[in-house]
Design a protein around this ligand. Structure first.
Ligand code: SAM
Length: 276
């Protein structure tokens, strides 16, 4: 995210009605060589030309209009405003992430968590990533943390990028990917660490995470929490469900990842679980 470049303003102020110039996006997201531009409705009639100028000045091959992320697969459906190729390789923290920015989510706001996961992973431990996406969190654990990783991703389209990213980052010897619903994953009592990088309904997957975890393990549990339920949540729900399944819990850490909606936060807790 940057401030608008004077050059963009200079070019477009010659072409747009003056009252629209101040509405030009001041912030954008760049993933690889694709830009995601938030555009006010007033700018619709000029959207393709605006996108072209941003692409030329910033140096991007494709520009997408920012839209919503939704559904079970957390897919985006961003309109292409300029260019045509929406697949790119984004490099962050020494990791190569190949993805289709128009269809697959990659949240710049989650960068701290991707960097943190690279540090918490330990050589040789077994991590199961229940919601792998393109390997957002588990690639850093395999590459920098030298952990062994089982990455589960249900969407067939996203899964193709996960497989490519394992090869691009040369961690085929440590990382295995499954294109299944994590509830159908057969492994039990195997993981030193379980990643639950999902939102909205993550609590429904706690029993499965516990069955994948060893008798003593760490679970990185994400969820979206209404502010009025914090700070008790999300740990209270996790603890209750774990207890019902015969596990004691200890909260090691709690971090806010980002604002998800008005009054709702995306939060992660690190929980140590022990079988009673
Ligand atoms: N964990 C990454 C992160 O936090 O940046 C990626 C998160 S992405 C929002 C969640 C991914 O979980 C999506 O790619 C979605 O397709 C996948 N997913 C959703 N439900 C699933 C399930 N039941 N089993 C396996 N994958 C699932």
């Amino acid at each position: 995210t940057q401030l608008i470049k004077p050059r963009i303003r200079e070019i477009l102020s010659r072409e747009l009605p003056p009252e629209l110039v101040d509405m030009l996006p001041k912030h954008w997201v760049q993933i690889g060589d694709v830009l995601i531009l938030p555009l006010r409705p007033e700018l619709e009639p000029y959207k393709n030309r605006i996108a072209e100028v941003y692409a030329r000045v910033i140096g991007a091959k494709t520009v997408l209009k920012k839209g919503r992320i939704g559904g079970e697969f957390r897919e985006t459906n961003y309109e292409v405003l300029y260019g045509s190729d929406t697949v790119t390789v984004h490099v962050e923290n020494g990791i190569k992430y190949k993805l289709d920015v128009a269809k697959v989510m990659f949240s710049p706001a989650n960068v701290k968590e991707r960097v943190r996961m690279a540090k918490v992973a330990k050589p040789g431990e077994l991590v199961v990533d229940m919601f792998a996406g393109i390997g957002h969190l588990s690639l850093p654990m395999a590459v920098h943390g030298k952990a062994r990783v089982i990455a589960i991703e249900k969407s067939p389209y996203t899964f193709q990028f996960l497989v490519e990213n394992i090869e691009l980052n040369k961690v085929q010897d440590r990382m295995t990917a499954y294109n299944i619903d994590n509830r159908d994953f057969p492994g039990e009592n195997i993981a030193d660490r379980v990643l639950m990088g999902y939102v909205v309904t993550t609590h429904e997957f706690i029993p499965k995470a516990l069955s994948i975890a060893k008798d003593e393990a760490i679970i990185h549990y994400h969820n979206t929490i209404p502010e009025k339920l914090m700070p008790e949540e999300p740990f209270a729900t996790f603890k209750r469900i774990a207890r019902e399944h015969g596990y004691e819990t200890e909260k090691l850490n709690e971090l806010i990842i980002k604002r998800y909606a008005p009054g709702v936060w995306h939060v992660v807790i690190d929980v140590r679980v022990f079988k009673k």
